[in-house]
Design a protein. Structure first.
Length: 135
């Protein structure tokens, strides 16, 4: 979605009112996933993330800042992070990604802060509006 500067300030207020009191959580990554234009990491989080996300969604909806994306499941979430982009990958490249996905292991990590960030679609022209720490 596209947000105006006014929307960002409204979101900042909602984050300020919603995030305090929420607990830090762990992220667990399980495998690499090959997409036509990138490779991503797929994982899940502790239930504390679900609680935080659902509270933020409810409070943002209440001020008409509505997420226009549709999710397969509205109460359980997974994390997907793109970490490499590619064009026309070779079969050898695809095989290596599949091998890495089968053998690589990731340690979980703690998420102890949430930042409201503005940026363009490729995460350039990034501005951190504010950061909140989780308990």
């Amino acid at each position: 979605p596209h947000f105006s500067p006014s929307d960002v300030q409204t979101a900042r207020k909602v984050f300020q009112e919603t995030i305090p009191g929420h607990k830090k959580f762990r992220a667990f990554f399980y495998r690499l996933i090959f997409f036509p234009n990138n490779i991503g990491l797929v994982g899940t989080t502790d239930p504390e993330f679900d609680d935080l996300y659902l509270d933020l969604e409810k409070n943002l909806n209440a001020v008409q800042l509505i997420d226009d994306k549709k999710y397969a499941n509205s109460s359980h979430f997974f994390a997907a992070i793109t970490f490499v982009r590619h064009l026309n990958p070779s079969e050898k490249y695809k095989e290596k990604v599949a091998e890495l996905s089968r053998t690589i292991t990731f340690d979980p990590y703690w998420v102890d802060s949430i930042s409201l960030v503005t940026c363009n679609a490729i995460f350039k022209k990034r501005t951190i509006v504010e950061t909140w720490h989780l308990e």
